[in-house]
Design a protein around this ligand. Structure first.
Ligand SMILES: [Zn+2]
Length: 273
């Protein structure tokens, strides 16, 4: 599933493709949304935002197109006369002055006004976005210390979108490794230094991943590894999908365990309880 950094990059690409343009034609795959096809033609797209894993395409008539890619959603950006040949189900197509943005397979799409956005059952519960510049380590520390989150396992808190928006499984594994924390710890067990390192890592690692299209490993090390022949997938992570390979810090073999349906990757030495 794409996480905050991947969705933000998609939002940037969608923005580059359609923002500032007027919609010539818009197509919705779902019957309940067909009514919008006529009403949104001729409307200008102002900007595209991401909130955690949600994308909002803002229109100049006050409405927004809400989309959540989930696991299977795929955006394609192309010229309007060059739609790709695919068996995927087209759920949303926006044609604006010869440029098109197509969303395949995603099922969570809606057209919402400001009131509906502010009371939206998912959006209204989202915590501060890890990629928003206004989100600081101080905010994250306050949340880690709050009663709502301080007595739960870090493994479940980090991917709870109400704690912070945008973290998924690869970021969780990488953040916990970098911070030297076991997935089962509770934040109330962490001293001042550890809680600060965790909060800063949540922000810094997510932002590096956004800027580098997914590298959470030490950037200089990842670049060196790729120069020496490693693939991007081999070089990008500290622990994620590296089970059986040596930890870059201590040499122990990285392990993999299932945690609430997600594979958890960790170093048994660096992340002792
Ligand atoms: Zn280690």
């Amino acid at each position: 599933m794409p996480e905050g950094p991947e969705i933000r990059r998609l939002a940037d690409a969608l923005q580059a493709q359609v923002a500032g343009r007027v919609i010539d034609r818009i197509y919705f795959g779902m019957a309940s949304l067909k009514k919008w096809q006529r009403r949104l033609a001729g409307v200008k797209i102002t900007k595209v935002e991401s909130h955690g894993k949600v994308m909002l395409t803002r229109l100049d008539n006050g409405l927004s197109i809400y989309s959540h890619n989930q696991l299977y959603g795929r955006w394609v950006f192309c010229d309007s006369n060059a739609y790709p040949q695919t068996k995927r189900q087209l759920r949303l197509a926006i044609d604006c002055q010869e440029k098109s943005a197509l969303l395949y397979s995603a099922s969570e799409i809606a057209v919402l006004d400001e009131a509906a956005l502010s009371s939206h059952p998912f959006l209204s519960k989202l915590g501060p976005d890890v990629l928003h510049s206004a989100t600081t380590a101080k905010h994250i520390i306050e949340r880690l210390r709050s009663k709502k989150y301080n007595n739960r396992q870090l493994g479940s808190v980090l991917t709870d979108q109400s704690f912070v928006a945008g973290l998924g499984n690869y970021l969780r594994c990488e953040i916990l490794f970098y911070s030297g924390l076991n997935v089962r710890l509770h934040s109330k067990e962490l001293d001042e230094k550890k809680i600060r390192l965790l909060a800063e890592t949540i922000l810094n690692m997510s932002r590096q991943s956004y800027q580098t299209a997914g590298i959470t490993n030490q950037l200089s090390d990842a670049k060196k590894m790729m120069k020496q022949g490693a693939t991007f997938e081999q070089a990008r992570f500290y622990v994620f999908r590296r089970q059986g390979l040596p930890c870059y810090r201590c040499g122990s073999l990285i392990e993999k365990k299932s945690l609430a349906g997600n594979a958890c990757f960790y170093c048994p030495t660096c992340q002792l309880l």
